[in-house]
Design a protein around this ligand. Sequence first.
Ligand code: NAD
Ligand code: UDP
Length: 426
Amino acid sequence: MAAAGRLDLDGNPIRPMTICMIGAGGFIGSHLCEKLMAETPHTVLAVDVYSDKIKHLLDPPTAAEGQQARHSWDGRIQFHRLNIKHDSRLEGLIKMSDLELVSFIRRKFFLRTCSTVVVLPSLTRNLDVTINLAAICTPADYNTRPLDTIYSNFIDALPVVRYCSENNKRLIHFSTCEVYGKTIGSFLPKDHPLRKEPDFYVLTEDASPCIFGPIEKQRWSYACAKQLIERLIYGEGAENGLEFTIVRPFNWIGPRMDFIPGIDGPSEGVPRVLACFSNNLLRREPLKLVDGGQSQRTFVYIKDAIEAVLLMIENPERANGHIFNVGNPNNEVTVKQLAEIMTQVYSKVSGEPPLEVATIDVSSKEFYGEGYDDSDKRIPDMTIINKQLGWNPKTSLWDLLDSTLTYQHRTYAEAIKRATAKPVAS
Ligand code: NAD
Ligand code: UDP
């Protein structure tokens, strides 16, 4: 339900907003769009090259969903299929003013449906915020497609920052926890006591250094591009008054993340770890542990993380000018432990016994190719997001894997069976 009478954290009424969301068709974008449609009165101009993950929000309701001809959010989300690399429509969308928005909507909708008359009033507003999620953000690309990675994460984001700055539009930009790189502790001997000191591993927005490997370790092309765009946005804030918020996600996971190779993505593609391990479990193959799976990660449930983003959207005074870690420090595991837990959870949700040999070790060179390197450990300091927005993650690793693997099994098990079925000899 799109609630009326919503209040911000200071008790002020939140007026309906218009949001230009770039990269809205991806994993995070799809969950954010869903949340905005279901629980707020805000309008989304959704920009992406793909729309499959938000199709359910864009398409008319099916007969099974009821007799009414419209979703409760009808008209509050519009999809713009465009590639921000080379499309002059981007600037228009970011700087859209009341009048432009009204005439745009008239052009787009009056021709198609007369029911638009009813939704027009909710759309006749100034654009309130641009959210940029668009990026190449799968580690398998960082060392194998470093140019595309740098262009996508730095060069392609430049016009978005410039249009926001020049037109006095607020920007929420998605960066990454990877800008921290390696922990200080990782340079100490393995059993050094200082490795246990939080100062040597907890990652803090305004205090931790960014530590990347050498240039030939092209893994860091992504982190470096993200760091430079952060610095540019920060500079635009300091010199030109850009109102910005930077988000550093720490391994957000959940349904619709990436793709399952050979089913809804290329068979040779390598997605992030959740989808890699899901694919192995669905196909009853051992999970591959890169360099023994000793790296540590903290995983946060996408639905918890989206709550944090909504707080940023609706509390500009508290969010502007800040960089926020968004993660769950309580959900830390090694990648090997993640593989073990996913194996147990998947066995429970699928009803299939785990494989006798559930994991195998592979070298990073074999798995990712030359130039791979890794972040050793990622514990987010939560002080700033706690103080500014009062946000805390809620979902345990077991619970978030339970709901995510239930979704993976329901969505993909049959398709995998069909894809792997041997043709019957005639
Ligand atoms: P995603 O790949 O699912 O979504 C990115 C979307 O951007 C995709 O739908 C893609 O089609 C779109 N896009 C890319 N280039 C585009 C272009 N030139 N024009 C139009 N659309 C384009 O990734 P995600 O997990 O949803 O991540 C979103 C953002 O969050 C990224 O900036 C990423 O770096 C950052 N991030 C995410 C995580 C995480 O845990 N998921 C972690 C760190 C950082
Ligand atoms: N990884 C792994 N097996 C896989 C995929 C990933 O061991 O099949 C490891 C990877 O080397 C890294 C961690 O899992 O240490 C997380 O990888 P992900 O791709 O999710 O992204 P990252 O957290 O490194 O940005």
